[in-house]
Design a protein around this ligand. Structure first.
Ligand SMILES: Nc1ncnc2c1ncn2[C@@H]1O[C@H](COP(=O)(O)OP(=O)(O)OP(=O)(O)O)[C@@H](O)[C@H]1O
Ligand SMILES: [Mg+2]
Length: 248
C-alpha cells in the first residue's frame, strides 16, 4: 500500500544509447510502500529504466532521487545506494563458489559491516521466509532455478533495501517454479516493501500491484490500477500489446 511519501522520483529523465533515445523524458514517482508493475513490449526500455534507477546505467538529463537524495556518481555513496536499492534479475547472479548462506551474508558483512553471527542469524531468517533455509550449505548449482531466485531475493533483502527492483524475475523459470517465486514476491509486497517489478505476469500484477505503468518506445504511455489497465486500456499501443500477450 502506498504511504503517499515519495521514495523514488524520476524527473524528466532522458537517456540515449548512441542515437537511440531509450528513455524519453520519464517522470515517475514511486511512493514508499507502493508496488509498481512495469509492462511493455520488448525493447521499450523497461530494463534500462531499472538499471538507471540502480545507477548501473548513466543518464544525460533530468534527475533521479531516492529517499530525497540524488543518485551518487561513485565511491562509498554509490555502494550505499546499491545496498538501498535491491535488484533481482532474470538470471539469478548468485556467487557460484559460495554457499547459499554465504551468498546472503556476504553483502551485510562487507558492505554493511555486520558481524558474521548477526549476519548469519538474519540470513537464516530470510532464507526461512523464502522457503530455502534447509539448503543453506549447498552451492547455487545444486538448487533449482526457482530456489536460486528465492535465494537472490533473500540476498537483496539482507541489505535492508529501501526499494526492490525486479527485472523479469520469473521469465527464465519453468512454469512450476514461477508460482513459488511470485508467492514470495506477493508476500513481500504485502509486507510493505516498495517494489518496482518488470513482469508480464498479470496474476501477480492483479494480486500485488498498486499501479501498472505501460512503457512503449522509451516512454510511459499509460498508467492505471491493474484491474483498470488490464480490462480497459486507453492507448492503442497498450491495447495492441495486451491483445498479443493475452492470446498466449
Ligand atoms: N547496452 C546497450 N547498448 C546499446 N543499446 C542498448 C543497450 N541496452 C539496451 N539497448 C537498447 O535499448 C532499448 C531498450 O532496451 P531494454 O533492454 O531496456 O528493453 P526492455 O523493455 O527491457 O526489453 P525486453 O522486454 O526485451 O527485456 C533496446 O532497443 C535495446 O536494444
Ligand atoms: Mg528487459
Amino acid at each position: 500500500m502506498s504511504s503517499g511519501t515519495p521514495l523514488v522520483v524520476l524527473d524528466h529523465v532522458n537517456k540515449h544509447f548512441g542515437d537511440l533515445h531509450v528513455l524519453k523524458d520519464i517522470d515517475l514517482t514511486v511512493d514508499s510502500g507502493e508496488v509498481l508493475v512495469v509492462i511493455g513490449p520488448s525493447g521499450s526500455g523497461k530494463s534500462t529504466l531499472c538499471r538507471t534507477i540502480n545507477r548501473l546505467e548513466t543518464f544525460e538529463s533530468g534527475s533521479i532521487t531516492i529517499d530525497g537524495r540524488p543518485l551518487p556518481e561513485e565511491g562509498k555513496e554509490l555502494a550505499r545506494l546499491r545496498a538501498d536499492v535491491g535488484m533481482v534479475f532474470q538470471s539469478f547472479n548468485l556467487f557460484a563458489h559460495k554457499t547459499i548462506l554465504e551468498n546472503v551474508t556476504l553483502g551485510p558483512i562487507k558492505v554493511r559491516g555486520q558481524k558474521k553471527e548477526a549476519a548469519e542469524k538474519r540470513a537464516l531468517e530470510l532464507l526461512e521466509r523464502v522457503g530455502v533455509a534447509h539448503q543453506r550449505d549447498k552451492y547455487p548449482a545444486q538448487l533449482s532455478g526457482g530456489q536460486q531466485q528465492r535465494v537472490a531475493i533473500a540476498r537483496s533483502l539482507a541489505m535492508d533495501p529501501k526499494v526492490m527492483l525486479f527485472d523479469e524475475p520469473t521469465s527464465a523459470l519453468d512454469p512450476e517454479m514461477i508460482t513459488e517465486v511470485l508467492d514470495v514476491m506477493t508476500d513481500l509486497a504485502k509486507s510493505g516493501m516498495t517494489m518496482i517489478v518488470v513482469t508480464h505476469e498479470m496474476g501477480f500484477a492483479r494480486k500485488a500491484a498498486d499501479r501498472v505503468v505501460f512503457m512503449s518506445d522509451g516512454q510511459i504511455v499509460e498508467q492505471a490500477e491493474p484491474e483498470k489497465f488490464f480490462t480497459d486500456p486507453q492507448s492503442s499501443r497498450a491495447k495492441d500489446f495486451l491483445g498479443k500477450i493475452l492470446t498466449h
